[in-house]
Design a protein around this ligand. Sequence first.
Ligand code: MN3
Length: 204
Amino acid sequence: MAHELPPLPYDAAALEPFISAEIMQLHHDKHHATYVEKLNGALGNHPELQSKSAEDLIRELNSVPEDIRKAVRDNGGGHVNHSMFWQIMKPEGGGEPTGQIAAAITQTFGDFNSFKEKFNDGGVKQFGSGWVWLVAGGGSQLEIVSTPNQDSPLTDGKFPILGNDVWEHAYYLQYQNRRPEYLKAWWNTVNWDEINKRFASASR
Ligand code: MN3
């Protein structure tokens, strides 16, 4: 089974004014599509890996044959990261966190604003392309980490509960070099219901 580009769960313009339709179209229809295409290309000569989910490939990256490991890391990572990204945003999103994740954020970071500041700071400081994440590590302890390129926390044995894409393709057309402004605006799109689902599956 070839990997497939999941459809955007809402209209490309649905996250405006925080993320423009033009960015969403390019980001999903071109960038994410290319990761899927290249992942399938890399797996072409490795039928034994074709039944594995992209998440499993990334989790077990060190057992992926060396000739395609880099391609799977970049493009499988890109596929997994973006598949999560579309789901953890929604139109009319944002606001205060809800449910179990709200309690866990307060417990770990003091309050939501302190958490957002730390997370945004991680996104600002990620040099070049990459992601900033809230992950559940060992014992479901929450922490903020950043990764370069399309590297996923799954490879380090950590479960990504939410993450923001700080590649320039995610914001440059609208925010130019103002990454901090994008990071702040992005919170208006987050889908706390979906994030709570991910948090619940991290604790299992
Ligand atoms: Mn991206």
